[in-house]
Design a protein around this ligand. Sequence first.
Ligand SMILES: [Zn+2]
Length: 417
Amino acid sequence: MKTSRKATLFLLIALICASSQVVSHAAKVEPEIASALDVCSSLDQFTRWISDLSGETEALIHGKPHYILTRYALADDARTSEQYLREQFYAMGLEVETQMVFPEFSRNLIARLPGITRPEDVVIICAHYDSTSEDPLTRAPGADDNASGTAGVLTAASILRNFRFECSVEFCLFTAEEFGLYGSEAYAAECLAAGKNVVAVLNMDMIIHSTNDVQSLLPLDVDIVTNSASETLAASIKSSIERYTPLDAEVTVDAVRGSDHASFWDIGSPAVAVAENLPSEIWSGSTSVYHTTDDLITQPNVDLPFGLSVARGIAAATMIQAHWERPRSLPFGVASSAVVDGINRSDGGEHRAFMSVGEESGTDGAFAECRAENLVLQGAVGPGPAVSTRPSVIPPLLRRSFPAPPLFRKEKRSLWS
Ligand SMILES: [Zn+2]
């Protein structure tokens, strides 16, 4: 009896030790993920996307400057913002699919990274890009609701495009959420009809007001809203956010249909919303400019680093959910020169240029900028003058510098085989 108790105790201690090892292994910070979050996204770019989408600055669309005054799904400018967003994905080398929801609405946009071994399993990062206000056809800046989440999706895309995944990753920007989740409903129905296995949906909706403006005791962390069927996903996202960003995350099981994640609950997929506050808090006034013409990036309580951290946390969570395999680019440390394909910003013509890739130059990335003969070209970098690894479709408009992907050390060469 005694011996048996001892054995049981020993077994129990061994089990506790083993499980704590499992926990600490699962909770470790992967240096490639941490590096990618830091190097492939920037506060400047995140800010610029929100600023352009909310009409604070002139957006460049089809090469022409234009103030986007509203993204209300029925407004002409919503179509303009749709084109702007398409061009942002193109500039990252991603192809974009368009889905019509109703002919009168601006359309859904879907950019994809196909999975390597399990392409039928899909992780979706999404946000609605439409907006509303008390005068929606004229002015609905929606900087927080939801240019912020839209910029979050673009930020995640700018990070994740540098990696390969076992599962497919989709970046979805939905229309007509403000009319009642129409865009996401249409896309969830399409996923169901196509027999896709949507394994996780990470929806960002309102992520730049870190503090509330009603001076109540609302928490200053990021909120993850989940239904009970998505609790495992929510816990994993919380863990990623807390490991890879300075933020705390709080999970609340609250099956309110406040945003696009609910459309995926309806098709039986795990889905969560990530937001500055709970829907109940937002609806009761925690963000007072919500759905008004004052939802501007210049509001004093806008906290852009907070929003960028949320987006980075979502990117890290997706890398884990989609089972990241290895960096997508070629061994840049090996290449001494590279070819850059791109569009001349000034005349829109297609050009090819050669550039040298020095290990110390900081340009050894899948996407680099080349300045030669007064041309400013951006494009993917190949391993030498004769080969280009750039995607087959040349982005129609490239105008911004995207930060170079993480600088992988030489020892990591074996990853590229
Ligand atoms: Zn919203």
